[in-house]
Write a protein that binds this ligand. Structure first.
Ligand code: HEC
Ligand code: HEC
Length: 291
């Protein structure tokens, strides 16, 4: 009796330890890979982040080349002869608007049209930061939010669930009119459309709320407190991770994060399953032997 209990716990401990070692190994291998693969780009940027002034002047250079044809040489906007706009004034839109518009590939627009579409970004994050610093230097505007503004990772499991529920209610009252019930988007007047907002990176959701792109209203902190913004994002994120039909929205965290995820969870669960099968078959054999 005693002996068999001891053997069981030893057996179990051994299996647990094996799983932990395996997981640690996978995480280590994954992070090493991500370090190596991002090392090349980050070493280039390390030298360029000296002072804000430099960032602003670097941003101004990029702006003159890629943006000034529509937004004017000083970001003041350009009107066409019939009063339409090639590009609106960017004074006061803030770094958050630039990060959203350029980061989601909406800007630079190929040609002025109905609505700028999201597409792969044409600039690196460093260049986007420089452009944002330049625009923010024209007039104060919303800054790029920090991860702590939109992440619920620090909350307890229960608080996270509550945040998601609150977020769902906020979404229902504020967003479904345009974005539809599951955030799948819908048509807007004058030929525009509210895009699907599933799988959009949390930072860009927060920035869209702050800056109100195109026909979307902006949700200032008076309309939606920072905490309410965070909750909506938690809700949208939960839609992406809880889909029952196999679609798994990683939300564009980038190839490294997604690769790491696939590495740890994908391969990890396969190995884990193999270990489980092995453990099971030996245990049932042993049972038969003692029976
Ligand atoms: C071909 C013309 C064109 C070019 C080039 C262009 N834009 Fe725009 N931009 C527009 C138009 C038109 C709008 C407004 C319509 C919209 O938001 O969809 C706009 C809107 C924006 C906004 C949002 C302003 C707000 O009120 O929130 C930002 C920020 C912006 N542009 C930044 C840039 C930056 C940075 C570049 C260069 C990398 C750039 N644009 C290049 C035409 C252009
Ligand atoms: C009046 C209609 C309207 C309402 C209400 C509205 N949106 Fe939008 N939203 C839009 C439109 C239109 C766009 C597209 C803007 C563009 O392409 O420049 C947009 C864009 C977005 C984007 C960017 C998606 C992408 O592809 O990058 C996000 C995220 C977003 N909305 C979230 C929300 C959330 C969350 C709410 C509620 C708190 C909300 N919106 C309320 C009309 C709306």
């Amino acid at each position: 009796m005693n002996r068999s209990a001891g053997r069981l716990s030893r057996h179990r401990r051994g299996r647990l330890a094996g799983a932990v070692v395996l997981l640690l190994g996978l995480v280590a291998a994954g992070s090493l890979y991500s370090l190596v693969s991002t090392g090349a780009t980050s070493s280039a940027s390390a030298s360029s982040t000296s002072s804000n002034d430099e960032l602003v002047s670097e941003g101004r250079k990029l702006f003159l080349v890629s943006c000034s044809s529509c937004h004017g040489t000083n970001g003041e906007g350009i009107e066409t002869l019939n009063g339409d706009q090639y590009g609106p004034s960017l004074a006061g839109v803030g770094a958050a608007a630039v990060d959203f518009q350029v980061g989601t590939g909406r800007m630079p627009m190929a040609q002025p049209g109905q609505q700028a579409e999201a597409k792969p970004a044409a600039f690196t994050q460093d260049e986007i930061d420089a452009l944002g610093a330049y625009i923010a230097s024209l007039a104060p505007g919303p800054a790029v939010p920090d991860e702590s503004d939109y992440s619920i990772a620090d909350l307890t499991e229960e608080e996270q669930q509550e945040a998601i529920v609150r977020g769902g209610q906020i979404f229902l009252t504020n967003c479904t009119a345009c974005h539809n019930f599951e955030g799948s988007g819908g048509a807007m007047p004058r030929g525009g459309h509210a895009p699907q907002i599933r799988g959009v990176e949390a930072k860009y959701i927060y920035e869209a709320l702050l800056t109100g792109p195109q026909q979307m209203p902006s949700f200032s902190d008076g309309n939606l407190t920072p905490e309410e913004k965070r909750d909506v994002i938690a809700y949208l994120d939960s839609l992406d991770t809880n889909t029952g039909y196999g679609g798994f929205g990683m939300g564009g965290f980038g190839p490294v994060a997604e690769g790491l995820f696939a590495w740890v969870v994908g391969i990890g669960s396969m190995v884990g399953f193999a270990v489980w099968i092995a453990a099971h078959s030996t245990r049932s054999k042993r049972k038969k032997a003692t029976a």
